[in-house]
Design a protein around this ligand. Structure first.
Ligand code: H79
Length: 602
């Protein structure tokens, strides 16, 4: 669906409120002793199960269903897609008629799989069912499925087979929320086909029956849930379904939307009710990664809709898609990029053209994406991004240096350096404790991103670089833009990203490594904003080994800043000092919006 401003605002409020709400749920989901449990795994077994998915890094999402028949248009409005039924409030009996027009005779599974594979994608995730409840395979449990169309074929079977043949993984998306089924707990008023009282236990049995069909007939590598946020779906049902599926197929990988702990569109779990194997940021890329052991996948549209919309030609450029792929891989995540095929069975040309350009880049540089892990740097670098493999760093250069010199803040010895576009030409690279400097040729082999490989001895040793240095008068200005943001929710906001916001988790924090050249005594002030109903948060500011404490007062708005003095600190000698702001108490929605911290010599 297209995200308009009011919805985004609703999302923000919901995302903001969610952590507070989930803390009301017991930390471990209480279930009957005899309830089925997921197979117990050692870390090694877990790593082995996640192995193919972690290596893949790049996949194709496919949103395909009967909503592709109206193609996003109804009654003069042209902004619909897969949320058509909910947004138009069309009676279900009328919506069902679209199934009779769904006859995608041009569908060719091998072609779709080739489009994905040629783009460098290693898996596809297709909607076995979206929120409208329509199954894209012949289910024995309902007629509201591909059987009620003139299309006498099984798209899931054809795709699963084509994937197997091409050596890429077949996966399915299955919506929990179901606007069509009479037993889904929050039945829509426009569901004129449903009678009786909704019964979630019956719904649960129906869902399990369908998932058993999907798992046993098509063997998806991932089961991707969605639509978990409505109240009829509970943490208990999530945990129970997770156990059910993992017992059905112990190798199955399941996303976190099977549970109830997802914090809004940021997609990561906060609070209780967490189940599943990976987090699911939607239409967004986390500012930084989450460290080893936290698996996540950013899903994104190629235009403004998931399902087919014939009016939407707002395609992302190859530059955006390629740099997103790199950015995500450099932070240790996967990129699941969507296409919305037509009711004829074709992937729109705008998508195909973009994916072709991505494929051309991946052909040369794919080894710097697939099978790599996050790079060693905690934050994005000014010139590009870094991914890693044992003994190798892949430098994805977005901004080609004018003087041909690329400084890389690692202390390792570099034994060999070359471009993936010219692997036989060794590049000159000096290395040592003060960092590596790579000499690049005059022009970039690829204006979107050129990849240089550094072969290094041992694990990468990052040289700490100070974001902040002292001004001539000794002042240190610690601006939001230069901070390390640590945590799952906290991020820069405002234009141009001028403050630290979304400080909804009290455990998130902010820090600056500061290079002190002139030691002495400093007055510490903080520039922050806080809405009245969130006032009262308490925080500490730690400078080296000294800690000051403060309390956030209302400034009458999240965008009304005031500067408050919080005390003074002494820095005994020059060197690297860490300045950290942490929350110790958060009675309201957020800790504060933080614009800057200033240390001024006394
Ligand atoms: O399948 C695609 C979309 O149809 C579906 N997810 C992608 C993969 C999608 N459903 N809803 N949205 C996208 C946006 C709506 C988000 C909200 Fe919420 C649901 C706002 C309030 C409820 C999630 C849960 C975000 C905040 C709470």
């Amino acid at each position: 669906m297209k995200m308009n401003l009011p919805r985004m605002w609703r999302n923000f409020l919901l995302a903001a409120l969610l952590p507070a709400v989930t803390t009301l749920v017991p930390a471990t989901v209480a279930r009957a002793d005899d309830a089925p449990k997921a197979p117990v795994e050692t870390k090694e077994q877990h790593d082995a199960r996640m192995g193919w998915w972690r290596e893949a890094r790049f996949g194709m999402f496919i949103h395909w269903g009967v909503y592709s028949v109206p193609a996003g248009e109804w009654n003069g409005k042209t902004d619909y897609a897969e949320w058509f039924l909910e947004q138009t409030h069309m009676p279900v009996s009328q919506y069902e008629q679209y199934a009779k027009q769904f006859n995608p005779v041009k569908f060719n599974a091998k072609e779709w799989v080739a489009i994905a594979k040629d783009a460098g994608m290693k898996y596809i995730v297709i909607t076995s069912k979206h929120h409208d409840g329509f199954d894209m395979y012949p289910s024995e449990l309902t007629d509201w499925c591909i059987k009620s169309t003139p299309f006498g074929r099984d798209p899931l079977k054809e795709l699963a087979e084509a994937c197997k043949e091409a050596g890429i993984r077949f996966c399915t998306y299955h919506s929990i929320m179901d606007w069509h089924h009479p037993d889904w707990g929050t039945r829509r008023a426009w569901n004129d086909k449903a009678t009786g009282t909704p019964d979630m236990d019956r719904f649960d049995a129906y869902l399990k029956g369908q998932l058993k069909e999907v798992v046993t007939h098509y063997h998806p590598g991932v089961m991707w849930f969605d639509g978990e946020w409505e109240t009829p779906w509970t943490p208990e049902r999530g945990a129970d379904l997770y156990a059910y599926l993992r017992n059905l197929d112990p190798a199955l990988i399941i996303n976190n939307r099977i549970g109830k702990a997802r914090a809004g569109m940021e997609g990561m779990d906060t609070g209780a009710g967490a189940v599943g194997d990976f987090g699911t940021p939607e239409q967004t890329i986390p500012a930084n990664g989450f460290g080893p052991g936290v698996d996540w996948e950013s899903c994104m549209t190629l235009n403004n809709h998931w399902g087919y919309n014939k009016h939407d030609q707002n395609w992302k450029s190859p530059t955006t898609v390629i740099r997103n792929t790199i950015d995500i891989a450099s932070k240790g995540g996967n990129y699941l990029l969507n296409v919305g095929p037509t009711a004829e069975g074709l992937i729109p040309d705008g998508s195909v053209q973009c994916l072709k350009a991505v494929g051309a880049w991946m052909k040369v540089n794919g080894t710097a994406i697939c099978g790599t892990t996050a790079g060693p740097f905690k934050k994005a670098l000014a010139w590009g991004r870094v991914t890693a493999q044992p003994g190798k760093l892949y430098l994805h250069v977005f901004e080609w240096p004018q003087d041909g010199k690329l400084a890389v803040a690692i202390g390792n010895k570099v034994s060999k350096a070359y471009l993936l576009a010219a692997p036989d030409t060794a590049l000159d690279c000096t290395s040592g404790e003060s960092g590596a400097v790579l000499r690049l040729p005059g022009t970039a082999p690829d204006p979107i991103a050129s990849v240089a490989v550094l072969e290094i001895d041992g694990a990468p040793q990052v040289i700490a670089t100070a974001a902040v240095t002292q001004a001539a008068d000794g002042t240190m200005q610690l601006a939001a833009q230069t901070a390390d943001l640590v945590g799952s929710g906290i991020k820069l906001q405002g234009e141009p990203r001028k403050n630290v916001g979304f400080w909804l988790n009290a455990s998130d924090y902010v820090q600056w490594p500061v290079q002190v050249t002139k030691a002495g005594k400093f007055t510490v002030t903080l520039e922050c904003a806080c809405q009245a109903d969130s006032a009262g948060s308490e925080y500490t500011v730690t400078v080296g080994d000294q800690t000051l404490a403060g309390k956030v007062e209302s400034t009458d708005g999240w965008d009304k800043y005031s500067t408050v003095g919080i005390g003074s600190v002494s820095i005994a000698q020059p060197g690297m000092v860490m300045v950290v702001v942490k929350a110790t108490k958060k009675p309201g929605l957020a800790v504060m919006n933080l614009r800057a911290l200033t240390l001024k010599p006394e």
